[in-house]
Write a protein that binds this ligand. Structure first.
Ligand SMILES: C[S@@+](CC[C@H](N)C(=O)[O-])C[C@H]1O[C@@H](n2cnc3c(N)ncnc32)[C@H](O)[C@@H]1O
Length: 269
């Protein structure tokens, strides 16, 4: 799409702020444009003006645009009780039967989830010197992965971490942002990977987290994912999905719930 065809982007920015309640200054304008243009292509609109007119009379498109804009949204320790349960219940259980723990953060966006797991891993390793962790982290979005590898975050992304955790695992930069320290980076292996490819990034996994990824997936694609993870998991390995996601009843023969509220399942032995 050429610039002259699209027109003035500022009214769209105002609408994103006022109607969608998304603070546009938190995002690069290019990123917002790309996401809006993707919605324009999907709805057959040629100009920002036409798209805005259509948006005003079309509430479902509001939701679609909002989802499109927040597609990479994530933070450290997102959904505190889930990561507390992983730290408190799951890692100690794995530690009793494993010396090396392998975890996959599938759909890791900009890295906050795998680095959260790295914090949990590091804290567990400090108490058990012979315990090793490998965290595989993958996403389809190259740009998100680049940020993940950079490992530089605004203070806001770290708000669920304690001050001690921030001091221990990040270096504060002169621009006020926080950079992941090398000891955390060492746990995480990033790679580009499409979850729809049907192949896992690794095998013999003790835990797979695939959280808040499947908003756009059909029921069939969601089922295919749950099916693809099963052989990649070790017997009694854990499968963690998003708080608002669910596992269909067909999978009761493959996985059993361990913590139903936090959506933590275990592969049947
Ligand atoms: C909202 S983020 C979730 C990040 C993190 N898992 C969390 O819960 O905070 C969703 C991520 O899923 C990724 N994603 C969507 N479809 C994917 C696919 N087919 N393969 C791999 N990643 C995908 C997106 O690129 C995005 O970074």
């Amino acid at each position: 799409m050429k610039m002259e065809q699209e027109g003035d982007f500022r009214p769209v920015l105002r609408m994103i702020e006022s109607d969608l309640g998304i603070q546009s200054s938190n995002y690069k304008e290019d990123y917002l444009k790309r996401r809006v243009q993707s919605r324009m292509r999907m709805t057959g609109m040629q100009t920002y003006h036409d798209y805005l007119l259509m948006l005003r009379s079309n509430p479902p498109e509001h939701d679609a645009l909002k989802k499109g804009l927040t597609i990479n949204v994530t933070k450290f320790w997102r959904d505190v009780p889930v990561f507390d349960a992983i730290r408190r219940d799951i890692i100690p259980e794995l530690r009793r039967r494993k010396k090396t723990i392998r975890i996959w953060s599938a759909g890791c966006a900009t890295g906050e989830e795998p680095y959260t797991l790295a914090i949990i891993a590091h804290e567990a390793s400090v108490m058990n010197k012979d315990l090793k962790f490998t965290i595989f982290a993958s996403d389809i979005d190259e740009e998100a992965l680049m940020k993940a590898k950079e490992g530089i975050y605004h203070r806001k992304a770290l708000e669920n971490l304690s001050d001690a955790q921030v001091r221990r695992h990040f270096t504060e930069r002169t621009d006020g942002k926080f950079e992941v320290r090398p000891h955390l980076r060492a746990y995480v292996r990033f790679s580009r990977h499409d979850l729809m490819s049907g192949d896992p990034v690794a095998s013999h996994l003790d835990m797979v987290l695939c959280r808040n990824v499947t908003i756009y997936f059909t029921e069939h694609q969601k089922d295919e994912l749950a099916r693809m993870f099963a052989p990649a998991l070790t017997p009694c390995g854990y499968y963690v999905i998003g708080k608002t996601e669910y596992l269909s009843r067909d999978f009761e023969r493959l996985y059993e719930p361990v913590n139903q509220i936090q959506k933590i399942y275990r592969k049947k032995a």
